[in-house]
Every structure is written in C-alpha cells, then in structure tokens.
Design a protein around this ligand. Structure first.
Ligand code: ATP
Ligand code: MG
Length: 231
C-alpha cells in the first residue's frame, strides 16, 4: 500500500525537533507510515526515541515541523481547525500518563471521551458503562481518579479512548502499569474493540510480546520507523 487514496493514515516525511535554549534536538527526522483502517501496529523503540511524540502528531495533539499527514486521503492542515476536528472526530487517545481529570468521577472522565457538550446524549450512559465494564471497572463509576490504583486509572484511560469507537485509537503504553494477566485482558479488549469498530490501532509498547497480537510491528530508531523483523 503506497498511495494516500488507499490508506487511512499516510504520514510522509514527518520531522520534529525540540529546542532547549539554543540547542535543537531532532526527535523525528523522517517518519513515513501508511496504515489502513482496521489495521493494528505495535510501535517499539527505546526510551526517548520519540514514540509518544509521534503518537501526539498522528493524533493532532502536536504539530510536526515539516512533512504531511493525510487522513482518508485528505491532507490535514496542521495550522487550522482541521487539527481540532481530527482530534475530535477521528482519535481516541490513551495517554502514557493517563491524563485523567482529577475533579471528575470515573464516569465523567470516560464520558469526556464522547466529546459531547450539553445534556447527556441518548445512549451515552450505556456506552460509558459498557466501556467501563470491558476494562473491568463496573463498580467504579462514582470513584475519583485519586481513589484508584495506577492500573485502575490506566484502565479508565483506555475506557475513555474506546468509548466513541473512533476510527483511530492511539495507545501509549496502555498496559505498562498492569500485571501480566490484566494487561493481557486489556490488550484483548483494545484489539477486539478496534476489530469490531474497524478502527486503526497503534500501541506503543516496550513489551515485544504485544507485537505477537498486532498485524505488524515497527520500531523507531534514529528518528525513522522501520519494520520489525519477527524473532
Ligand atoms: N515538550 C518537549 N520539550 C522538549 N523536549 C521534549 C518534549 N517532549 C519530548 N521531548 C524530548 O523528545 C524526546 C522523545 O520523547 P518521547 O516522549 O516522544 O519519547 P518516548 O519514545 O515516548 O520515550 P518513553 O519510552 O520513555 O516514553 C526525548 O528526548 C524528550 O526529552
Ligand atoms: Mg513515551
């Protein structure tokens, strides 16, 4: 698959640097990535190589310095409302550090994933409760994040990302804080939900085992993504 027409995501020549004072560090130098709807990718790479940065760019949270991102064949203008629309309509994001809102209950945090302003839309309550059930947190809807363990908070973050059946789910180390059994179950939930909804899924992980469950795996080295050779 090479053309923008056939890909759900087509990222070309993505470059991103950060400045600390006058010192520029290039994190992503030339990322090229094509992905079709419903495809799952494990993204590996040692700490600090730019995995979270790349996910943020694909999810419209950060902008690239140069390069292009096509979604469904349409060029995403990184300097316009396009980016907010992309985040809103296309993306469910599991943040590496969860980013739950401390003053909201678990239910309200997951509801935020539906991005619905105003009164509770029809069916919203059931969608939220179903997502919480899928990650094994049925009894926690009234709890606040501070009352949960790290792994439970991580699962709330996953419920929030999948509640809307977005076409693109970006999960940054979604099982990093879970014991192996719970991690396996949550991974299955993520993969299963994406299969059912036809969502493309990128899972950032340090666990090569996860690559066994995804369609393919990539590794980020020196600012570029490369296919992983199966062990
Ligand atoms: N907002 C920022 N300002 C300056 N430097 C940043 C910023 N965000 C990330 N970086 C730098 O970019 C590099 C890549 O960071 P990133 O978080 O993308 O790595 P990562 O591959 O996700 O690492 P990890 O596996 O530890 O989560 C790091 O050197 C980091 O210090
Ligand atoms: Mg990271």
């Amino acid at each position: 698959m090479t053309g923008t027409e056939s890909s759900f995501i087509q990222a070309s020549g993505i470059r991103k640097s950060y400045f600390q004072g006058a010192i520029e560090t290039t994190v992503l130098s030339d990322v090229n990535l094509s992905m079709s709807s419903g495809e799952s990718i494990a993204l590996l790479g040692v700490s600090g190589t730019g995995k979270s940065t790349l996910l943020s760019i694909l999810g419209g949270i950060e902008t690239a310095d140069s390069g292009t991102l096509h979604i469904n064949g349409a060029l995403l203008d990184m300097k316009s409302q396009d980016l907010a629309d992309h985040r809103r309509h296309n993306v469910g994001f599991v943040f590496q550090f969860y980013n739950l809102i401390p003053s909201l209950t678990v239910f309200e945090n997951v509801l935020a994933g539906l991005d619905a302003a105003g009164p509770l839309p029809k069916g919203a309550r059931d969608k939220v409760l179903n997502s919480l059930d899928l990650v094994g947190l049925s009894n926690y809807e009234r709890s606040f994040p501070s009352q949960l363990s790290g792994g439970q908070q991580q699962r709330v973050a996953i419920a929030r990302a999948i509640v809307k059946n977005s076409p693109l789910i970006l999960a940054d180390e979604p099982t990093g804080n879970l014991d192996p059994n719970t991690g396996e179950q949550v991974l299955e939930v993520l993969l299963d939900q994406c299969r059912k909804a036809g969502s493309a899924l990128i899972i950032v992980t340090h666990n090569p085992e996860i690559s066994r469950h995804t369609d393919r795996s990539l590794t980020l080295i020196d600012g570029c993504v490369h296919p992983c050779v199966p062990a």
